[in-house]
Design a protein around this ligand. Structure first.
Ligand SMILES: Nc1nc2c(c(=O)[nH]1)N[C@H]1C(S)=C(S)[C@@H](COP(=O)(O)O)O[C@H]1N2
Ligand SMILES: [Mo]
Length: 515
């Protein structure tokens, strides 16, 4: 093999390694979110960095084609740089690796400096760069072996074997990255487009607004969960490996099954209806005693009962099977959804914003008092009126109960389990919930002594959790604290531990701390 051929082949390895970087990064971005894709982040960082004069020149020369020009130039630059890195790695290792590392770092900086980026958005580029460097090193090593084997009288292994090993790596890595990368890019582009649709969306004012949260509902104690959970901190549970991206303009909801008038409604029609605001604490059936799969938000939406009334359910129906675009289903009792005193919503807003994509954009269900798996279908597309005898929600054949009313529960947020606190008064505080029934009393037990009543914050409504606090003059040593709540019907949480499956956990939350 001539030195020239070897150099070109090394450059080829560099280009293939660059494809691996981009392909792997796009695939990982599918999991962490499209904002983690380095491709356009680098492009927009370059736009930020280019001096205004150059920017205007490009726009005046190419008009609306300016973005295409930028991407083409970037693409050519990437190929040239990757080729150089490959050739360099063959002759002066590890300089090729260094170039890849520096380019990866530049990519991470680009991603993290975009508006609204989170730390996790750097992950796709990092994983991609590591994969690319691995391919670069292995590729160059195989090339070197082939070159040595191809020397006259080199002995050892036949050059064909080394050649095949080199070509297999380059072709397979290159083709796989192109395929996976292109597919993932198309999906990331879809999610990005829907993110833009969401950002532009202006929700209508509610016809019936929720009263402001009473100041007395928030105890403002360090370590205590805030009464309203910010969207970014809201727990997320679903079976979707990739968050579905539904453009609200093409969204439709069908009401089908045992109804006199099947209905189909689009997003504009839904927004034109009189919407109401209601604060509801959502909980997952998988939430173990002391767990954090619970959050409280102000939802904006249209009462499901109104839509069902227009559809007119037939006699004998007792369940609504709601379906998500991704195939997830939940079976909700029809009487709960029709109940005038239960604000079950087709929600479009969460804490004053359109639903975040992860929380069901553009429309989800929220039903006070029921665990999410039987009620809170995200990315909702169909409501089928049916019977529990005829249909099952997603989790029911998988061992979870068909009915899922939320169980009375309470949690200690502070002190954290295992914490060390200073001497003096300690605020033992947490939250308690019994959605749609309400919490009447919370009691605390220190070191197995008497149960003493905690102070309750004001209630927002029976549909939300309630904060509580017990101020205790701490004595030196290690202490164990338990909590139990009593609901508005006078029922108190029992001591016996029950695991989450099949219909929700039970038992007293207990923590220890030392003074
Ligand atoms: N489409 C869809 N909706 C879903 C689920 C799901 O897996 N897919 N999970 C449900 C469960 S189990 C819960 S607890 C809530 C959680 O809602 P959140 O992710 O907005 O907190 O969504 C419900 N809606
Ligand atoms: Mo759940």
């Amino acid at each position: 093999m001539s030195a020239r051929t070897a150099r070109w082949l090394a450059a080829l390895v560099g280009v293939v390694a660059a494809l691996v970087v981009l392909g792997v990064a796009e695939a990982v971005a599918l999991l962490v979110g499209p904002a983690g894709s380095p491709l356009f982040a680098v492009g927009s960082l370059v736009i930020d960095l280019v001096p205004p004069g150059v920017k205007e020149l490009v726009i005046s020369l190419f008009g609306t084609g300016d973005k295409a020009v930028l991407l083409t130039v970037l693409g050519v630059l990437v190929v040239v740089l990757a080729g150089l890195a490959g050739a360099l790695e063959a002759r002066r290792p590890p300089w090729g690796v260094v170039i890849f590392g520096a380019a990866g770092l530049f990519g991470v900086i680009a991603v993290l400096t975009r508006a609204g980026a989170s730390g996790l958005d750097g992950a796709p580029t990092i994983v991609g760069a590591v994969a690319g460097i691995v391919v670069l090193r292995i590729g160059i090593r195989r090339l070197t072996r082939w070159r040595l084997a191809a020397r006259p009288r080199s002995g050892a292994v036949a050059p064909q074997v080394e050649r095949r090993s080199f070509l297999t790596l380059t072709i397979v890595a290159g083709a796989a990255s192109l395929l996976v990368g292109a597919g993932a890019r198309a999906m990331n582009a879809g999610a990005t487009a829907v993110t833009q649709v969401r950002n532009r969306l202006v929700l209508p004012k509610p016809a019936t607004a929720a009263p402001p949260v009473a100041p007395g509902a928030e105890l403002d104690i360090p370590g205590l969960t805030p009464i309203v959970t910010p969207n970014a901190d809201f727990y997320r549970i679903d079976t979707a490996l990739q968050v579905p991206s539904i453009d609200s303009a093409s969204w439709r909801l069908k009401v089908t099954g045992m109804v006199e008038n099947p209905i189909e409604i689009d997003f504009a029609e839904l927004l034109a209806k009189p919407l109401i605001e209601h604060m509801v604490t959502l909980t997952c059936v998988s939430n173990d005693v002391g767990g954090n799969l619970i959050g409280n938000a102000l939802w904006l939406g249209y009462p499901i009962r109104e839509l069902l009334k227009q559809a007119v359910p037939k006699a004998g129906a007792d369940m609504v099977l709601s379906t998500s675009i991704d195939g997830f289903t939940a079976g909700t009792p029809l009487d709960v959804l029709l109940d005038d005193g239960t604000e079950a919503l087709l929600a479009v807003g969460m804490n004053g914003k359109p639903l975040p994509l992860e929380h069901g954009f553009p429309v989800r269900m929220v039903v006070p008092g029921l665990y999410g798996y039987v009620s809170a279908t995200k990315w909702l597309v169909e409501l089928e009126v049916t019977r529990f005898a005829d249909a099952q929600g997603y989790w029911t054949p998988r061992g979870w109960s068909a009915r899922g009313p939320i169980k009375l529960s309470s949690r200690i947020d502070t002190p954290a389990d295992g914490a060390r606190v200073g001497a003096g008064q300690v605020a033992i505080a947490g939250v308690a919930w019994a959605q749609h029934t309400g919490v009447q009393r919370v009691e605390v037990q220190v070191d197995g002594g008497q149960w003493v009543e905690a102070t309750l914050a004001d209630s927002i409504s029976a549909d939300t959790w309630r904060q509580w606090v017990y101020r205790w003059d701490a004595t030196k040593g290690t202490h164990t604290v338990r909590v139990r709540a009593t609901d508005a019907n006078g029922v108190t949480q029992g001591k016996t531990y029950v695991p989450p499956a099949p219909d929700g956990s039970e038992g007293w939350h207990e923590i220890s701390f030392s003074v």
